[in-house]
Design a protein around this ligand. Structure first.
Ligand SMILES: CC(C)(COP(=O)(O)OP(=O)(O)OC[C@H]1O[C@@H](n2cnc3c(N)ncnc32)[C@H](O)[C@@H]1OP(=O)(O)O)[C@@H](O)C(=O)NCCC(=O)NCCS
Length: 149
């Protein structure tokens, strides 16, 4: 991935058809494609684009809803472009943005069965804090992961 080929920018309403398609690929059978449009007003909703491919490759949504903690809600990369550093670029954007605030903790929830994502977050210093039973709509469990910054 050449750095000049890619950029991260805030989402806009014109992105949503592409984002719905992308999130259906990233989260098959999940509620995510249905809820992302309702999150457009969240300040920290960014897409990563590859300009040579003229494509949105992934997105991240996080919120700073309290004075103590940032909440990483969704981070996803198109399955055909995973393991190429796009997810890292989105996570680094998240961490750098949170570092500009007084907040010292990032939290996220991830399905206990989602090993690729758990490995990914662990690489960036997130640690499993606890298990949250029946966290998801389908009653599956989540790990709460935390990173001090
Ligand atoms: C998790 C996810 C965002 C990672 O994105 P990505 O662009 O593939 O990540 P990167 O290429 O930046 O990977 C960075 C590191 O994370 C780890 N990692 C990523 N995917 C992994 C996998 N499938 N297995 C093991 N480790 C993995 C590796 O250490 C990797 O470094 P390496 O490729 O040099 O070994 C991506 O797999 C994804 O979109 N999954 C579906 C959606 C999802 O589950 N999101 C998380 C919950 S909201």
């Amino acid at each position: 991935m050449e750095e000049k080929e890619i950029s991260i920018r805030r989402v806009n309403i014109n992105d949503f058809d592409k984002l719905t398609e992308l999130s259906e690929k990233c989260f098959p059978g999940d509620e995510v494609p249905l809820i992302i449009k309702s999150l457009i007003d969240i300040e920290h909703f960014y897409v990563i684009e590859n300009h040579l491919l003229d494509k949105i490759i992934g997105f991240v949504i996080f919120g700073i809803f309290s004075i103590k903690t940032a909440h990483l809600m969704i981070l996803a990369v198109h399955p055909e472009y995973q393991r190429k550093g796009y997810g890292s670029a989105l996570l680094e954007k998240t961490i750098e943005t949170v570092k500009l605030s007084p907040i010292k903790l990032i939290r996220l929830e991830v399905k206990t069965t989602n090993l690729p994502a758990i490995k990914f977050y662990e690489k960036y210093g997130f640690k499993i804090a606890t298990t949250i039973k029946n966290y998801y709509e389908d009653n599956s469990d989540a790990f709460l992961m935390l990173k001090q910054i």
